[in-house]
Ligand binder design. Structure first.
Ligand SMILES: Nc1ncnc2c1ncn2[C@@H]1O[C@H](COP(=O)(O)OP(=O)(O)O)[C@@H](O)[C@H]1O
Ligand SMILES: [Mg+2]
Length: 305
């Protein structure tokens, strides 16, 4: 039977989507990237494939999941299967460098960022780029804010790099970035390539802003849904998504004291905050399930013909 196949590796994030598929009456199955056994001579099942591979998979012991997913997507493409968030999305999910290059191409402003291949160069590069100003260190392959640090000087960076809190990035690439000072960040959610809603997140000093219930902590950040963002930014984001094979994403930006928006993170594997949704009477998981269901309906007659 034809179904929506969800490609993922973190069952803790799947609950709200399972419920939404149920409510929307959309048949679905899991395709676990961390447990997949791929027989390349087999024909993929019928249906629509929704890729939710996450940049932070290595933090759950699933370091091979991105590579496995790349192979699965190539196999699906070879058979002409409909993929939501295809290879282009996965390519950006695992690299902020590539995200920023593509955002710039779409006319979206990103904070000044320097990618550094050899960690020994980090203090020198930071001193040259930022002088005495504070700056951000983050891994190229991010996720959940892991490894993101605000540093006040090259000396502080040196101490940080040799402290036990520092874990080298899984792909070896460190990013140094302009620090943007703002009381909150905004995460704009897109479904089917179109703006759905935005979440304003009061960071309260933490950089770990994963919205899923599975990530919640008592003193964590506060999430509040807002219905609009600057229409020019919204159009630029939608253009960026269309150009990069992305239909579902949460895009994060900050607005500085001068009113300038800085975009710094694209989450093609996005999670929604259930408390904020309840308060606002919105459901992104349901909208997503219906969207995927509509694609499934389009597929069925096409296959039968
Ligand atoms: N350049 C920056 N200036 C200020 N805060 C930042 C900057 N970059 C990231 N942050 C903070 O750290 C959080 C996590 O960083 P992000 O780039 O989104 O990494 P991840 O992919 O791990 O979510 C952001 O949501 C924001 O609160
Ligand atoms: Mg982020």
């Amino acid at each position: 039977m034809s179904a929506v196949h969800v490609i993922h590796e973190n069952p803790a994030w799947l609950g709200p989507f399972a419920e939404a598929f149920e409510t929307a009456g959309v048949p679905w199955r899991e395709l676990r990237a961390d447990e997949a056994v791929l027989d390349l001579s087999a024909v993929p099942p019928e249906g629509v494939f929704y890729n939710r591979m996450s940049a932070s998979s290595h933090t759950r012991g699933h370091a091979s999941a991105p590579e496995m997913t790349r192979g699965v997507l190539a196999w699906l493409e070879a058979h002409g299967r409909r993929i939501v968030n295809g290879p282009g999305a996965l390519d950006l999910e695992v690299s902020k460098l590539r995200q920023y290059a593509r955002l710039a191409r779409a006319g979206v402003r990103t904070p000044r960022t320097l990618a550094v291949a050899d960690p020994a160069d980090l203090p020198r590069v930071a001193a040259e780029a930022f002088g005495a100003r504070p700056f951000i260190l983050k891994p190229n392959r991010g996720g959940k804010g892991a490894g993101v640090a605000l540093l006040r000087s090259p000396a502080e960076l040196e101490a940080h790099l040799s402290s036990p809190v520092f874990t080298p990035p899984v792909d070896g690439v460190n990013l140094l970035q302009d620090y943007v000072e703002a009381p909150f960040v905004t995460r704009a959610e897109f479904i089917g390539g179109r703006f759905f809603y935005a979440v304003r997140i009061e960071t309260a000093g933490t950089f770990e802003l994963c919205p899923a219930d599975a990530c919640a902590t008592p003193a964590g950040p506060r999430f509040e849904i807002v219905d609009t963002i600057d229409p020019r930014l919204r159009r630029a984001f939608e253009g960026f998504l269309a150009a990069n094979d992305i239909e579902v994403a949460g895009i994060e930006f900050m607005v500085d004291g001068a009113g300038q928006a800085w975009t710094y993170d694209v989450n093609t594997n996005t999670n929604y905050n259930p408390d904020a949704e309840r308060r606002a009477g919105r459901s992104a998981p349901l909208a997503l399930a219906r969207y995927l269901g509509s694609l499934l309906d389009e597929e069925r007659p096409a296959r039968a013909a």
